[in-house]
Design a protein around this ligand. Structure first.
Ligand SMILES: Nc1ncnc2c1ncn2[C@@H]1O[C@H](COP(=O)(O)OP(=O)(O)OP(=O)(O)O)[C@@H](O)[C@H]1O
Ligand SMILES: [Mg+2]
Length: 657
């Protein structure tokens, strides 16, 4: 037999005719091939367009961020790391000067054995500096090993601390969700590379300054020539990184789509429909289509980067040639004694290696700084989207919930989900919200519980405007049985107890009563390890439940929370008739004290209108507006009313049977 529910029936025949999509133009499965990049990408496009000067100017921010994080996490280790890095650079410089002495003594006039003996102290110093350098390198590794995981932990923790405070509505914003993905994953891992980068740059900068200074002392002409030679390496590294980042920006939207497709192909949630709809080939083809675009971009990027590297090499070669020519000329004209030429060559090699390392490090740090931008932006964005703590505490058990001219639009939506709603609910009332799919019932429930804040208008609990109340004080007073209850990957016991983990329930009375009322008792009894069975297929040995069984667990969780305001959004849509009757009896009983007084305010959303009869009041929504309000008897007597029409359709289905 076909049973039609009111929500499934289009009420007005004057609905606009729906035009089916033209398959010839539907080139992309997701439907959006020219996905607009998230907002934060446009900011980074400006960063990429920045010139070398702006790039260098942006660097201190990245260094400040990682050093700040490190300092805030482990002061002593950070200080130690800084000291050891600088020391290690100084030791390199010292070794270089000692080498100069060795050459000077070796190339002096006189018999060779004498010169060798005379140079022994200088040789000992060189050996000593190498040993010291090796020791310091060991200490650097040990300090970094202790510091880096701690800072990474702190960075990650800061992200999640900011994310948990974010307003619920932020999760409806795709840009924000993508920023969370990039900032929490790429951003945090870049914090780690940036710390190592900062350390490396510090030490190579010190050695470079020392080497360039040594060369400069030998002859002031050599230093600038050397710098020009090494600048080519620096330019190359910088340009290569920029090309990489530009390429990342070009494929960012494709990358998002590929991420979605990876989930479509590899996740369990969609596995059944994937098979039943024989979608494997289609999904794979779509994945290949998107991936081939990304691969082509990667190949083109490698080509571009290689071209830059080749040009850089050629320039660096020319630079080195120029440096040696200058050295030759200096020797030729007698501006520099031959004894120092060997030292000059060693110092030049050291200097150019150090300079190249510094430029490479600076460059990597620049790349890190761009990615750290995600991290910083995520923190800032999450903080901006969190509700400020006002210190205003919502009433613990409000006697009146009042909506005044409330309108609400979802972010990015063209039309409003609710328009100019006025509604008053008193303590202890059972109010049923009724209306067709999309009429705004669930949204209204989110607003009167303060989970969403209205776009315009006010929601008051007694005299407190929820927009100004501390979110936690509001949310701790509500229990929501969601339309599609969350399937927490936890044990059955935790799935119910997360409703109120702080509840003391030593004799298990509350546990037993909510399980009985929701019908979850039968579900738990049938589990192989009872309440301790883990309800998630993500874990080995985990179990899954049927949709109706999950709903029973969801009801038990809401009831276990035991809050003065209960929202039950289609709590029994997936329940069998017996379980449904039990739940409604339970909800009704829970709304009154044993003496019949008001115990709890209940807002019930349901499409099965037979269930609305016991409600004190029925509120009918249509297109986001309240169109009717009253008891079952008054509404059913209104000819031409929406409630009466919906009720008749359902009643008809049973009568005909
Ligand atoms: N997360 C969302 N983002 C954007 N628009 C939404 C979102 N959720 C709902 N809407 C839109 O808001 C309107 C009201 O939706 P709501 O979920 O409140 O309807 P409902 O009455 O609970 O419907 P149902 O009976 O199907 O549960 C609809 O037009 C819907 O498309
Ligand atoms: Mg709904």
């Amino acid at each position: 037999m076909l049973v039609l529910y009111a929500g499934d029936v289009p009420r007005e025949p004057d609905n606009e005719p729906v035009v089916p999509p033209d398959p010839s133009t539907a080139s992309s499965l997701i439907g959006l091939d020219d996905l607009e990049p998230p907002d934060w990408v446009t900011v980074d496009e400006q960063v990429v367009a920045a010139n070398l000067w702006r790039t260098l100017r942006g660097m201190p921010r990245a260094v400040r961020l990682v050093v700040g994080l490190a300092w805030g996490t482990a002061r002593r280790l950070t200080l130690l790391a800084a000291i050891v890095q600088v020391l290690s650079g100084c030791v390199t410089a010292f070794g270089l000067l000692a080498t100069a002495n060795v050459f000077t003594s070796l190339l002096e006039a006189g018999p060779t054995p004498h010169r060798v003996v005379a140079s022994l102290p200088a040789i000992a110093l060189v050996v000593g500096s190498y040993a010291a350098r090796a020791l310091l390198d060991g200490i650097v590794a040990a300090v970094q090993g202790a510091l880096v995981p701690r800072v990474r932990h702190a960075a990650r923790d800061a992200v999640y601390e900011a994310i948990v405070e974010v307003d619920l509505l932020a999760w409806e914003d795709a840009d924000f969700r993508e920023l969370v993905r990039q900032g929490a994953q790429t951003g945090v891992s870049r914090v780690e590379t940036a710390i190592r980068g900062t350390a490396d740059v510090t030490s190579s900068l010190v050695s470079m300054v020392a080497a360039v200074a040594t060369v400069g002392v030998l002859n002031p002409w050599l230093a600038p020539v050397l710098l020009i030679a090494a600048a080519a390496d620096g330019w190359t590294a910088m340009r290569v990184a920029k090309l990489g980042y530009e390429s990342f920006l070009r494929i960012v939207s494709q990358d998002m789509r590929r991420y979605v497709l990876e989930r479509l192909i590899g996740e369990r949630d969609l596995a059944m429909e994937r098979h039943a709809l024989t979608l494997h080939g289609t999904l794979l083809a779509e994945d290949r289509r998107i991936s081939s675009g990304i691969t082509a971009e990667a190949v083109a990027l490698a080509r571009r980067q290689n071209r830059v590297r080749m040009a850089g090499r050629a320039l660096a070669g020319l630079g080195s040639g120029a440096a040696y020519t200058v050295l030759g000329v200096l020797l030729y004209v007698g501006a520099m004694p031959l004894a120092l030429a060997a030292t000059a060559v060693v110092a030049m090699r050291t200097a150019s290696t150090a300079l190249a390392n510094t430029m490479q490090g600076v460059n990597e740090l620049f790349e890190d700084s761009l990615y750290l931008g995600f991290y910083r932006r995520l923190l800032a964005d999450a903080r901006a989207r969190s509700r400020p703590r006002t210190g205003v505490i919502a009433p613990a058990d409000p006697s009146v919930i009042r909506l005044e001219h409330v309108s609400f639009s979802y972010p990015g939506a063209d039309s409003s989900a609710l328009t100019d709603v006025d509604l008053t609910i008193r303590r202890g009332e059972v109010v049923a919200l009724v209306g067709q799919n999309g009429s705004g019932k669930s949204t209204l429930a989110m607003l009167l519980t303060g989970l969403y804040r209205p776009t315009t208008g006010r929601v008051l609990w007694d005299d407190v405007d929820l927009a100004s109340a501390d979110a936690e004080s509001v949310h701790s007073r509500i229990a929501v049985i969601a339309q599609d209850p969350a399937r927490w990957p936890m044990s059955a016991a935790s799935n119910v107890r997360v409703g109120r983990l702080e509840h003391d329930d030593p004799d298990g009375q509350r546990w037993a009563s909510v399980l009985r009322m929701s019908g979850a008792d039968e579900v738990v009894a049938a589990l192989p390890h009872g309440p301790q069975t883990v309800l998630s297929k993500q874990f080995r040995g985990g179990h899954d439940l049927s949709t109706g069984q999950w709903q029973r667990i969801g009801i038990a969780r809401g009831a276990y929370r035991d809050a003065p305001i209960l929202i039950a959004d289609e709590p029994t849509a997936a329940l069998d008739a017996k379980a449904e009757a039990r739940v409604f009896a339970g909800l009704e009983a829970a709304s009154r004290t044993s003496t019949g007084g008001p115990a709890r305010t209940t807002v019930l959303i349901t499409h099965r209108l037979a269930n609305t009869r016991p409600a004190d009041r029925i509120v009918v929504l249509d297109g986001g507006r309240v169109v009717e309000e009253g008891t079952h008897d008054t509404l059913i007597s209104q000819s031409g009313g929406l409630y009466r029409e919906l009720f008749e359709i359902q009643a008809q289905a049973y009568r005909t049977g």
